[in-house]
Design a protein around this ligand. Structure first.
Ligand code: UDP
Length: 276
């Protein structure tokens, strides 16, 4: 999307997926990951998120149809909104506020799922849908705005660590290598419907903040800020389907993933502070 192109956080974008997409030659598969996904972006880029999830998904599906390519949609646990059941199975329809600040991402992705299934049913496009739960690891942006990058940058700089609300809300954190393995297995399997990919390592945000401060050997204090509207109170995937269809579950313990991520943030902050 044009407004994103000059944006330092999105300068890796080469295509405006909301316009007609043309790619030379044959394509085996199209993996549609084109959306900002940090809650901080829901207020920074609301219209772009809606456009990329709706018009962008339409264009990417059009390309898949034209090329006879398999299409994988990166959907999200946000489809479940602030869930009233936990853990969340794929059969749960969710509890989403369409007009809240998170609605731009939740509804764009729910629309993207509907569009993907319509192309499958109506045009026979082979599709896969992954509902990605909280994922972390090296190469996250320092200013991403999500909990794990915030906690690391704050703790390493000795700044106050910002926990929103009382910090009792939970997330299940999956190391990026595990996620990638799950995506690869899903792309190559023969199952159409949505599949949750996420870890079972459910932790409260207060405990996560404490753990990251400790890992950084930091003196930072935890401070509490207002909980954003519609912030989910719990989030944990039911991964029965991923186990059955893909033989997948997360292998890397959260503590090991956090240790590797800590190493990355130490280096990334050094590079940032020396102007690199
Ligand atoms: N959060 C927090 N401090 C921060 C950033 C986020 O306490 O500096 C909380 C946020 O309110 C949410 C949880 O951490 O309850 C996970 O937020 P994140 O932005 O990582 O993604 P989400 O899972 O909400 O999409």
């Amino acid at each position: 999307i044009e407004p994103l192109l000059g944006h330092e956080r999105f300068d890796f974008l080469h295509y405006d997926v909301t316009n007609y997409l043309h790619v030379e030659g044959e394509l085996d598969a199209i993996l549609h990951f084109a959306s900002p996904a940090s809650p901080a972006d829901f207020e920074r880029l609301p219209i772009q998120i809606l456009k990329v999830g709706s018009i962008g998904t339409h264009k990417a599906l059009g390309l898949a149809k034209a090329k006879g390519a398999r299409f994988l949609l990166a959907s999200t646990s946000e489809c479940y909104g602030d869930p009233l059941v936990s853990p969340q199975p794929e059969t749960y329809f969710g509890n989403v506020n369409p007009v809240g600040i998170r609605g731009v991402y939740d509804e764009a992705t729910r629309f993207a799922e509907a569009m993907t299934m319509a192309y499958h049913r109506h045009h026979g496009v082979e599709v896969r849908i992954v509902r990605i739960f909280n994922t972390f690891g090296p190469r996250m942006q320092l200013d991403d705005g999500r909990a794990i990058p915030n906690f690391f940058t704050q703790a390493l700089r000795g700044e106050d660590v910002t926990v929103y609300g009382d910090g009792s809300q939970t997330r299940s954190i999956c190391y990026v290598e595990d996620l990638v393995e799950g995506l690869w297995r899903l792309l190559n399997c023969d199952y159409t419907g949505p599949v949750n990919i996420g870890s079972q390592a459910e932790i409260s945000m207060f405990d996560l903040a404490k753990k990251i401060i400790e890992l950084c050997g930091s003196e930072s204090k935890i401070i509490h800020k207002d909980l954003p509207a519609d912030d989910p109170k719990v989030r944990r995937p039911d991964i029965t389907l991923a186990r059955e269809k893909l033989g997948w579950e997360a292998q890397i313990p959260a503590d090991e993933g956090l240790r590797r991520t800590h190493e990355y943030f130490v280096e990334a902050l050094k590079a940032r502070e020396s102007g690199g």
